[in-house]
Design a protein around this ligand. Structure first.
Ligand code: AMP
Ligand code: MG
Length: 331
């Protein structure tokens, strides 16, 4: 069965949010931040986009629940007062109750049965705060399988390695079995995208986080040397890393398995995962296991992430395996 209606609604909602973000980019309130209990920042932009997209999706599909990153918790009480007031202003005069209600429509727990949306309203909040990359990430999951993904990348240029000063802002989308596409926010031109055609890992450009522990760069440096990669890595926040891999700017996205008990959130990967796969690439965890989106909000059965153009996947997996085992048995 196809997902035409869901796809249209998802693309429309993400595009609307991405355009609003472009308009608000220079407003000082846009980056007004609070800090969650885990120390990570959350901004007016995160709440604004989550309220906007949840409301759009619930209007079109009241029966499909949403698993979204944010809750209204930080906004309640005195420390959230200023942000609450600014949100009311940007969300065209909605009351705090209406705003909380829209945000908290994202409180579903996920799982392996039926359908649900998963939303990261601002993926890469640290990137947004620093005026680097960020993404609006939406996916539809059915019986544990990602069937649709949309990524809004308002700050992304046309080439990850050479984008300075050129026109920016793209929405990427993919439906299972239907390929991956990129739409320019500036003119609406839609192009089918595919991963790079390189056949040797040594020719790859690697993509990795901007804000990662030093051990992560150390790990990916070892992988690069092992594979004789000479190109400088591209460092980028958010699921924009999946988008640039899907259109062939880069060929490897590695998220090393560094912290033993760390589990990734489904909303940090679902949209990018299907966009890369439908563009011809392969996405697994860093040991080669398929990603399992069917067990709640976390990828509980997976460690690290490896996305490639497909052709070089096995070669990179071998390099990761050798590097992990060397770390365990130094010398
Ligand atoms: P991203 O925006 O996808 O680059 O993610 C950045 C966030 O993920 C930062 O807060 C990092 O601390 C965290 N992070 C980056 N690399 C890893 C990793 N290999 N394992 C777990 N967390 C990571
Ligand atoms: Mg987020």
């Amino acid at each position: 069965m196809g997902f035409e209606l869901e796809k249209k609604a998802g693309i429309d909602a993400v595009t609307k949010a991405a355009r609003a973000c472009v308009q608000m980019h220079e407003e000082p309130e846009f980056r007004e931040a609070l800090y969650k209990t885990d120390g990570s920042p959350v901004t007016l932009a995160d709440f604004f986009v989550q309220a906007l997209i949840n409301e759009e999706l619930t209007t079109s599909f009241p029966e499909i629940p949403i698993v979204a990153e944010e809750t209204s918790l930080c906004l309640e009480g005195s420390c959230g007062e200023k942000l609450r007031k600014n949100l009311e202003k940007f969300l065209s005069g909605k009351s705090p109750d209406e705003i909380f209600c829209a945000i908290n429509r994202g409180n579903h727990g996920g799982g392996g049965r039926g359908r649900f949306w998963t939303l990261d309203p601002i993926d890469g909040t640290r990137g947004l705060l620093a005026k680097r990359q960020y993404a609006i990430a939406l996916a539809l999951i059915e019986d544990g399988e990602v069937v649709l993904g949309v990524l809004g990348c308002p700050e992304l240029g046309p080439d990850a390695r050479n984008g300075a000063g050129r026109e920016k802002g793209f929405v990427f989308f993919a439906e299972r079995g239907q390929g991956s596409y990129q739409v320019a926010l500036s003119n609406g031109i839609q192009t089918r995208i595919s991963v790079s055609g390189i056949a040797r890992a040594s020719e790859a450009v690697m993509c990795e986080s901007v804000e990662a522990p030093d051990s992560s760069y150390e790990f990916s440096g070892k992988i690069s040397r092992f594979l004789d990669i000479t190109a400088e890595p591209v460092r980028m926040d958010s699921q924009c890393k999946y988008a640039v891999l899907a259109r062939g700017d880069t060929s490897i996205y590695l998220r090393p398995p560094l912290q033993k008990n760390y589990k990734e959130n489904i909303w940090d990967h679902a949209a990018g995962y299907i966009i890369v796969r439908e563009a011809g690439g392969t996405v697994t965890d860093s040991s080669g296991k398929p990603l399992d989106f069917s067990i709640g909000k976390k990828l509980r059965e997976n460690k690290g992430i490896l996305a490639t153009n497909g052709v070089i996947h096995e070669a990179v997996l071998r390099a990761v395996k050798k590097t992990v085992s060397k770390k365990r048995h130094p010398g």
